[in-house]
Design a protein around this ligand. Structure first.
Ligand code: UD1
Ligand code: UDP
Length: 358
């Protein structure tokens, strides 16, 4: 089997790590990086530290508006898919790179498989919701991380075959867990004591593009007693400066550059809590036993909230502080997103669907 995998943004490099390894054990993979993320700290660092295979193609698309960025990816991806003539195209998650890969594959021969299928925020104003709904409708094979996501697909009259695989990000965490939990290494940000700081990430367009929401989040984080460390996504760096909030944030929050995956997970694992609007970080917090406070009104990862390990607080400063200072005992954790064999299940599902089609 010959598979073209399309990645382009930070979380997709991490999702591809276990799947590419598994795929390459028995099959041929062509890894295509759209170039949506291009800074060393958002792209190159992951390939280096995680030993992800060097992409066969980097389309170098870079940043842009949704339409122009997606259109340019589609134009270049179409040429690659034509030249490589794969049996399947694999796309991950919900970014513009995902949608571009899905639309190109849907108009051509290969089987389209979507990893992290079936997630829904119910919020159509969110660019990721548009990307994931359209990608699910284009896909022949829908790889859902949990039963709830599969139920969303069945309720949506989806054409392709649905397979519950578990979460490939859990596989990724397990692949580096020993390095993450190695207490002999110092934390990557100086002067932090384990369990005595809060980690935060903010990059969701709905939070960064609205100056009032961003200011409220800054105020909430600033009011927490413990040190707050925030590796700053370039979108957020730009927004803090544009909205005149940078100094207000820097006065109270330890703003640092984005860090590599292992360093990030070490910061997460040792934090007392994490405050985030990231999709991936909500799950990683659960895997690493760190209570999560989500800076959104809704989440696609509903299971983490149902178990009590994740609380939705939006951008309200009082709710942020209350959730970050709440020290209630958390319930024991059930297995939510599989047992760490999602990559193997993904490859097996691809093999089965291609065998059926021949
Ligand atoms: C994208 C995804 C989002 C995902 C996130 C992961 C879409 C619509 N959004 O959001 O779902 O959660 O990636 O991090 O696909 N920039 C740089 N350097 C880079 C990349 C971006 O400076 O290497 C800056 C540019 O100013 C760019 C902005 O960040 O305009 C936003 O980048 P973009 O890739 O459009 O969206 P993200 O916010 O990263
Ligand atoms: N991450 C990282 N370094 C950082 C911040 C995040 O390696 O400084 C990792 C994190 O461990 C997770 C992924 O990036 O695996 C999440 O990406 P992001 O929050 O950008 O996107 P989302 O998951 O919201 O789509």
């Amino acid at each position: 089997m010959r598979v073209c995998s399309v990645v382009g943004a930070r979380p997709q490099f991490i999702k591809a790590l276990p799947v590419s390894r598994r795929l390459r054990a028995d099959h041929e993979e062509v890894l295509i990086h759209t170039g949506q993320h291009y800074d060393e700290s958002l792209s190159g660092i992951f390939f280096e530290e995680l030993d992800i295979p060097e992409p066969e193609y980097n389309l170098g698309v870079g940043s842009g508006g949704h339409a122009s960025q997606t259109a340019e990816m589609m134009r270049l991806l179409d040429e690659v898919i034509e030249a490589e003539s794969p049996d399947a195209v694999l796309v991950y998650g919900d970014t513009n790179s995902t949608l571009a890969g899905a639309l190109v594959a849907a108009k051509r021969e290969p089987t389209l498989a979507h990893v992290e299928s079936g997630l829904r925020s119910g919020k159509w104003s969110m660019p990721e919701e548009v990307n994931r709904v359209l990608t699910d409708h284009c896909s022949d094979l829908l790889l859902a991380p949990a039963e709830n996501a599969a139920a969303n697909l069945r309720a949506n009259d989806i054409r392709g075959e649905v397979v519950v695989t578990g979460d490939v990000m859990y596989d990724a965490v397990l692949a580096v867990r020993d390095r993450v939990l190695d207490a002999s290494e110092p934390l990557p940000v100086p002067d932090l004591r384990p369990d005595e700081y809060v980690l935060s990430t903010v990059h969701r367009a709905s939070n960064t593009d609205d100056p009032d929401r961003l200011a409220a989040i800054v105020d909430g984080l600033a009011a927490v007693d413990e040190p707050v460390v925030l590796p700053v996504h370039p979108r957020t760096d730009d927004a803090l400066r544009r909205h005149g909030l940078y100094d207000r944030a820097a006065d109270a929050i330890r703003l640092v550059d984005p860090v590599g995956y292992v360093d990030f997970l070490r910061l997460l694992s040792n934090a007392s809590k994490v405050a985030t609007d990231s999709g991936g970080v909500q799950k990683e917090a659960f895997y690493l036993d760190t209570p999560c406070v989500t800076l959104r009104e809704e989440t696609e990862w509903v299971e983490t909230v149902e178990t009590g390990w994740n609380v939705l607080v939006g951008s309200d400063p009082e709710r942020i502080v209350a959730a970050l200072t709440d020290r209630s005992e958390l319930p024991s954790k059930p297995e939510l997103y599989g047992g760490g064999d999602a990559a193997a299940r993904t490859v097996a599902a691809l093999e089965a669907v291609l065998a059926d089609g021949t």
